[in-house]
Design a protein around this ligand. Structure first.
Ligand SMILES: NC(=O)C1=CN([C@@H]2O[C@H](COP(=O)(O)OP(=O)(O)OC[C@H]3O[C@@H](n4cnc5c(N)ncnc54)[C@H](O)[C@@H]3O)[C@@H](O)[C@H]2O)C=CC1
Ligand SMILES: Nc1nc(=O)c2c([nH]1)NC[C@@H]1CN(c3ccc(C(=O)N[C@@H](CCC(=O)O)C(=O)O)cc3)CN21
Length: 291
């Protein structure tokens, strides 16, 4: 089943994003959370690669294991950071061997300690070049690319950023998954502009349910997403009570996802951060039924 097929049914497609844990214990814990999340019948699961500038270890091991235990389609994120086209090709060959048939094709964040992206000799500078390469040499693989409802941090304007998104889709992406955001109107405006530009693949909102204030401040500073004032006030009012912060986050994400589904989005991608509690809370609140 290709990524595009997941969004071509009447049911909105659900996907979850994981990141490679640093320890063996983290890995076992993650697989338990995944087991729990499988009850919500996701269409596919993805795992990051060098997220936030970290090293690119273990992605294939994790996502290969998730594929084995779930039988679901899975996607590896892949970035252009530090690799030649040849090395990226070797990685994709190994991915395919392990049943990983889909790629979230990204340029990637600069490595930790660097503040701008530099392409390597024989590598790629932008994600559209990676998409083009995968389409040519791994033509059977499904490809997702990232879209930015609030514009990518480095882009001079939303218009320029949208032209670049169009390049990635024209190069052969099957689906656009968005960066996390908390203001649905930004997503709706983004979607309308994509459609006006002739981007006609599914545009899937990416949501990260906030579970604690410190974490979300760190993540939004990385990607530039704005948090609505009332949401920040509610989180602040929770003080240092972690249960209350969690509940505020789950309630917000429930409302946000409900409104997106109401507006007919093709699916929702949840950044679950290797945990099941927040995503389960949201999906249960929505009465999300397993097939
Ligand atoms: N590691 C992971 O799993 C994830 C990483 N990200 C991060 O999102 C960020 C960007 O990645 P992508 O969206 O894949 O990069 P991209 O290559 O599509 O865009 C990067 C920047 O370059 C501009 N740009 C794109 N193509 C261009 C072209 N042909 N000519 C001129 N300018 C162009 C864009 O407007 C944007 O500002 C990175 O920081 C990435 O790591 C996002 C989601 C997951
Ligand atoms: N610019 C950008 N880079 C990304 O890597 C990225 C995005 N945006 N947006 C969407 C998701 C969100 N991602 C995230 C967000 C947070 C963590 C995180 O909390 N990492 C922890 C734990 C690391 C660990 O234990 O291994 C951390 O402390 O950084 C990881 C990936 C990856 N994605």
């Amino acid at each position: 089943m290709s990524l595009a097929d997941i969004y071509s049914t009447d049911q909105p497609g659900l996907s979850f994003e994981l990141f490679p844990p640093k320890t063996e214990a983290g890995e076992e814990a993650l697989l338990k959370h995944v087991q729990r999340l499988l009850e919500f019948s996701p269409g596919y699961i993805t795992c990051t690669y060098g997220a936030g500038g970290s090293t690119q270890n273990k992605t294939l091991d994790i996502i290969g294991r998730v594929h084995e235990m779930s039988g679901l389609p899975v996607a590896t994120h892949l970035t252009c950071v530090g690799s030649t086209a040849e090395q990226l090709g070797e990685y994709l060959t190994e991915a395919r061997k392990r049943g990983v048939d889909n790629v979230v094709a990204l340029r990637g964040d600069p490595p930790k300690g660097e503040d701008s992206f530099t392409a390597v000799e024989g590598g790629f500078k932008y994600a559209n070049e990676l998409v083009e390469y995968i389409r040519r040499d791994f033509s059977d693989m499904g490809i997702a690319v990232a879209g930015y409802p609030e514009k990518h941090v480095e882009a001079p304007s939303l218009d320029v950023d949208l032209e670049n998104l169009k390049r990635k889709v024209d190069a052969g992406a099957d689906v656009v998954v968005t960066q996390l955001f908390y203001v649905n109107d930004d997503f709706f405006a983004f979607r309308d502009r994509c459609v006006a530009l002739g981007i006609n693949v599914p545009i899937v909102p990416g949501l990260l349910p906030v579970t604690n204030f410190a974490q979300i401040k760190r993540i939004t500073s990385l990607c530039g997403a704005k948090l609505p004032g009332e949401f920040v006030s509610a989180l602040e009012a929770a003080g240092d009570e972690s249960d209350t912060q969690f509940q505020v986050g789950v309630d917000f994400a429930t409302q946000q996802m409900a409104q997106l589904l109401e507006a007919g989005v093709p699916g929702v991608h949840l950044y679950v951060l290797n945990k099941s509690e927040a995503a389960s809370g949201v999906l249960e609140n929505l009465g999300w039924k397993a097939n």
